[in-house]
Ligand binder design. Sequence first.
Ligand code: ADP
Length: 402
Amino acid sequence: MYTFFIDELGSFLRQMNPLKKRIGIIGGGQLGRMLLEESARLNIHFNVLESDENCPCASLAHTFIKGSLMDPAKIRELAAISDVLTYEIEHVHTEVLLELEKEGKTIIPSPRILQMIQDKGLQKEFYAKHQIPSGKFFLVNNKAEWQRLIPLLGSEKFVAKTRKGGYDGKGVAILNSANILQNPELIPFDGPCVLEEFIPCEKELAVIVARDQEGNIVSFPSIEMEFDPEANLVTLLLSPASVGSIIEEKAESIARRVVEALDGPGLFAVELFLNQSGEIFVNEVAPRPHNSGHHTIEACYTSQYEQLTRILLNLPMGSTEMVQPAGMVNLLGAKDFSGSYALENLDMVSKIPGVFVHLYAKAESKPMRKMGHVSILASSIDEVHEKAAVVSKNLRFVKDPS
Ligand code: ADP
């Protein structure tokens, strides 16, 4: 009876006072770490679930639960000590989140949205249903269906994606249609896949859109990405994208339409392709803070991380306006070693004004692993490029010499 009273009082206070709310994050990677760092100013209580106790969030979480993101019991343990739940990675046990949501737990974004996004086939069907431009596609389950449907895509090249489980370009293959039709043994994936028309891309863009619990929607200025073709990771990101105001408005409007159709609160990164005729296609959506929004920490009045915290706490959203043009360089583990590391030329790079180095507290460096990033602010995109070239050339992970 007494415990019941204390619990009720606690929940009443938390409803009255957003600062008393406890946020639970499923996943303890760098996106979670920056959510904690950016919300530390508000003194919010964060609980984190992650299997690796040396993960980027471990040293910053108020309560750390060690456990698999696929373990329903561990997710329930996190839910029991948190007023609101979110996730910083898509590969989590969704069924238990759907149950928890039914039981009345606030989960943002809704697991209904997560479940759809986890399956690239359902995502494509969702865009088609809502008349959101996203390119032609077919869902296939076996090689005979590949052979039958590739010709109907009508493009010289096409893109095959496993419906579930892919990330950072894994589970994605760009293939030559004639070659695969003649040599079906070269089909790279078994099981359910999406086959997409290849969209000749002038630029890859992203727009981060935030939607609060009242249904208000705001978007961040667009982002333009440059990729390392080998690792398929973003190497330089620029914001705002150099696309002109008409394309900028079109990109923002399509991204907002996606989030309106998703029909629930959260922070969403909408990845877009711009082709040479100025047409825009949605590639995919991430229902969480995104690599392409790291720069917002320094470059926008409200970062993507703070925006998500405001949404989770049911506070009004902040301005997404930019302070200055910005860039972001991912810091990746060197290709030639794994293990304990040092960062070469940190002193030199630290002297450049408007350069902000972020390190993710990863225990070990591994080839091409995301170890940190650098945000760059400047008075023009040209100047961002200049500073980014110095950063990329000099800042490197090397074997720890000590
Ligand atoms: P992941 O979710 O693993 O990041 P994506 O679906 O974003 O995979 O695909 C990875 C990359 O492959 C994209 O960033 C883009 O460069 C390329 N790509 C994906 N789909 C297409 C497409 N339909 N047309 C052209 N390029 C594509």
